[in-house]
Write a protein that binds this ligand. Structure first.
Ligand code: PRT
Ligand code: ZN
Length: 285
C-alpha cells in the first residue's frame, strides 16, 4: 500500500508545532533520537525531517509529496509546488528596516542603497514592482547586524515581535508580506496518495476549525431568547435546554473567538447570565 511522504522542519521554529499538528490529527509516530525518517504506526504516512530551506525542492522533485514550511520560504524558493492549506501558526512578516535615526519618507529611500537579506528573490520582485534600483546583499544569517557593520543601508528580514530590530537599533519601515506556516504539495500526486492526502486534510481542517471556534453556554430568561439567538450566529441553530428555574433556558452554540469579544457586551445587555466559553477539540463540518 502506498504511503504519503511529508517533510517537516528538523529543528527550528516550525518543528514542534508541525509535529503537534499531526498529533492532534491522531497520527502517531516515534519521535526523537534525531532520526531523519519516521513512519506512523496508525496512518499511511512517512515523515522526513529536513532543513526548512530544502523542503520546497524536495517537494518539487517528489522526494516527498507534501511539506510544512513558512510562506516566506515557499515564495523565496520559486519552486513549482502549491500551497494546499494555511496552517495558522508561526505568523510573522517580511519587512524592510533601516537604522532608527534615519528620517524615512517612503520606499524611494532604498534607491541606490544596499539592502542585506536572505530573501533576494522576494526582495528583487518588490523593488521591481516599486521601480526601485537598489543593490541586494545576500547573507544567510544575522542579517540585522549588516547596517551596524557597514555592509548595508537597510535590511529585509523576518519580523515577529520586533525586538530583534529594536535591540539592533533598527526600525521597521515597509512590510513586504505576511507569512504563516503552510502545507505545500507536489503538482503530481497519484490517485492513491491523493486519497491519503484528502484524509489528512480533512483531519487538519477539523483541528484548525476547532482552534478558531469556541463552544459557548449561557443562561437567559425565556423572554430574551429570541434576541440572544439573533446576537449569536451559531454553527447551525443553537441548542436550547430548559433550566430547573422557571422561565429560564440554557443556550449552547459555537462561535468564532474573535466575534465573541465583539458581542459579549450585547449578550450581557440582552440579559444573558452565567456565560461559559470552552475550547473545542475537533470540529467536523
Ligand atoms: O535550520 P533551518 O534552516 O531549518 O531553520 P531556520 O533557522 O532557517 O528557520 P527558523 O526555525 O528560524 O524559522 C522557520 C520559519 O519560522 C521561518 O521561515 C518563518 O516562516 C517562521 N518564523 C516565525 C520566523 C520567526 N517567526 C522569527 N521571528 N522565522 C525567523 N524569525 C527570526 C528572524 O529572522 C529574526 O532574526 O527571529 C528574529 C525576529 O524575531 P523578533 O520576534 O525579534 O521580531
Ligand atoms: Zn532555514
Amino acid at each position: 500500500m502506498s504511503k504519503l511522504k511529508i517533510a517537516l522542519q528538523k529543528s527550528g521554529r516550525l518543528s514542534e508545532k508541525s509535529i503537534s499538528l499531526l498529533g492532534e490529527c491522531g497520527i502517531k509516530f516515534p519521535n526523537g533520537g534525531g532520526k531523519l525518517i519516521s513512519e506512523s504506526s496508525n496512518f499511511p504516512i512517512e515523515i522526513l525531517f529536513l532543513r526548512d530551506d530544502d523542503i520546497p525542492q524536495y517537494v518539487e522533485q517528489q522526494v516527498v509529496d507534501i511539506g510544512i514550511v513558512g510562506e516566506n520560504v515557499f515564495l523565496e524558493s520559486q519552486k513549482n509546488i502549491n500551497i494546499i492549506e494555511k496552517l495558522l501558526f508561526s505568523a510573522c512578516r517580511l519587512s524592510l528596516a533601516v537604522p532608527k535615526e534615519i528620517s524615512y519618507t517612503g520606499p524611494d529611500f532604498f534607491n541606490n542603497k544596499r539592502v542585506a537579506t536572505s530573501y533576494p528573490n522576494i526582495l528583487k520582485a518588490y523593488f521591481q514592482k516599486n521601480n526601485i534600483h537598489a543593490t541586494i546583499e545576500v547573507i544567510s544569517g544575522s542579517v540585522e547586524i549588516a547596517p551596524g557593520i557597514g555592509l548595508a543601508d537597510g535590511i529585509c528580514d523576518i519580523v515577529s515581535s520586533g525586538s530583534t530590530l529594536l535591540s539592533n537599533g533598527l526600525k521597521e519601515v515597509e512590510k513586504i508580506l505576511n507569512s504563516q506556516a503552510v502545507m505545500v504539495a507536489t503538482q503530481n500526486l497519484d490517485a492513491d496518495k491523493q486519497l491519503i492526502l484528502d484524509k489528512l486534510l480533512f483531519r487538519i481542517r477539523s483541528v484548525l476549525k476547532a482552534k478558531e471556534n469556541k463552544y459557548i453556554l449561557l443562561n437567559t430568561p425565556n423572554k430574551q431568547l429570541e434576541k440572544i439567538i439573533r446576537i449569536l450566529p451559531g454553527m447551525n441553530s443553537p441548542t436550547i435546554l430548559p433550566l430547573a428555574k422557571e422561565g429560564w433556558s440554557s443556550l449552547h452554540s459555537v462561535i468564532s473567538e474573535d466575534k465573541f469579544w465583539d458581542i459579549i457586551d450585547e449578550l450581557k445587555e440582552a440579559g444573558a447570565e452565567g456565560i461559559l466559553v470552552v475550547p473545542i477539540e475537533k470540529m467536523i463540518l
